[in-house]
Structure formats: structure tokens, C-alpha cells
Design a protein around this ligand. Structure first.
Ligand SMILES: Nc1ncnc2c1ncn2[C@@H]1O[C@H](COP(=O)(O)OP(=O)(O)O)[C@@H](O)[C@H]1O
Ligand SMILES: [Mg+2]
Length: 152
């Protein structure tokens, strides 16, 4: 059965760290229509937070710009979140996604585990990037919701 797009929401905001909390709450709020469990909501918030933080601190490290969040809900219960920036881009995506890889070792908060965390909390993590043009991180998770948890 082909899955259909049921709902879609697009948000754009400047790459400021004060928008990190807002964007993860927005993603959680969008996912709420699927009646997710507390764990599912926490997973979405954590993964979105990592991706948005990356866009802000790495993508726009030496520049300013906007981050775009595209939230989608599909008929099979999957929530897809795209985090887009038009920043510096990633020269070697495979290397960047390795645990402990970071280009900001001087920063205590950056330990190189952002992509690892995204992958552990979501079903799918895809990264597209072009140096000097920007990055798109696509996160996806099928929400089974509270009904599945209760076995109903
Ligand atoms: N949106 C982005 N734009 C440019 N570089 C990025 C982006 N996201 C991730 N990176 C690169 O990938 C590396 C690994 O990211 P991550 O696993 O989140 O670790 P950390 O953020 O702790 O460095 C970053 O150090 C950076 O070099
Ligand atoms: Mg990171």
C-alpha cells in the first residue's frame, strides 16, 4: 500500500540558539496529532534538537541565515522532519556521521555524537549536503502511538 502524505507544516527561523527549544517543541507539537507515547515525543525532540543545533553552530558557523523545518505526517503513521540550512555544507558526510567526529573539538558541548544520537532515536537519518550551499537532514520515525502501547 502506497503511503500518502496526510499533513505538512513548514517553519523558517533565523539560525539563533534561542530557536533550538522552540523548534523541538514545534516538532513535538506537530507529532502530537498522532497520539505518540512519551518516549516517541522525547525521541523526536532529541533528534530535532541535534539537527537544528548542527545547522546553527556548524552550518552557519561563519555566516547568518535561516533554518527551515519541514514537518510531514504520512498515512502509515510516520513522521518525517527535514532540517535545512544554506550554510557551509559538509565535505565528507560519511566521516561526519561517525561517532566522535567533530570539527568543533574546542567546544565542550560538541562531542561528535549528534548524528549517532539522531540515528539511535529515529528509524531513518539521511543527510544531503553540498559544500558552500548547505545541508538537509531528513529524520523519520514511525509512531506506533499510545494505542499500540496498550495493545489495542
Ligand atoms: N548542518 C551542518 N552544516 C555543516 N556541518 C555540519 C552540519 N551538521 C553536522 N556537521 C558536521 O558534522 C560534524 C558531526 O556532527 P555531530 O555528530 O552532531 O557532532 P558535533 O555537533 O558534536 O560536532 C560536525 O562537527 C560538523 O563538522
Ligand atoms: Mg552536533
Amino acid at each position: 500500500m502506497k503511503r500518502e502524505l496526510i499533513n505538512e507544516c513548514r517553519l523558517r527561523f533565523p539560525a539563533l540558539s534561542r530557536n533550538e527549544a522552540f523548534s523541538r517543541s514545534a516538532a513535538a507539537g506537530f507529532a502530537a496529532q498522532q497520539d505518540p507515547t512519551v518516549d516517541e515525543i522525547a525521541a523526536i525532540k532529541t533528534a530535532v534538537s541535534e539537527a537544528v543545533t548542527n545547522a546553527i553552530v556548524h552550518g552557519y558557523r561563519d555566516s547568518r541565515g535561516d533554518v527551515e523545518l519541514l514537518l510531514r505526517l504520512f498515512s502509515d503513521g510516520a513522521v518525517q522532519i527535514q532540517v535545512k540550512d544554506k550554510g557551509r555544507g559538509i565535505p565528507d558526510i560519511k566521516a561526519a556521521m561517525q561517532p566522535m567526529f567533530t570539527t568543533a573539538p574546542e567546544d565542550e558541548e560538541r562531542s561528535g555524537y549528534g548524528f549517532t544520537v539522531m540515528e539511535s532515536f529515529m528509524d531513518k537519518v539521511r543527510v544531503k549536503s553540498a559544500v558552500g550551499r548547505g545541508t538537509v537532514v531528513t529524520l523519520e520515525k514511525k509512531l506506533r502511538g499510545k494505542a499500540a502501547q496498550k495493545g489495542t
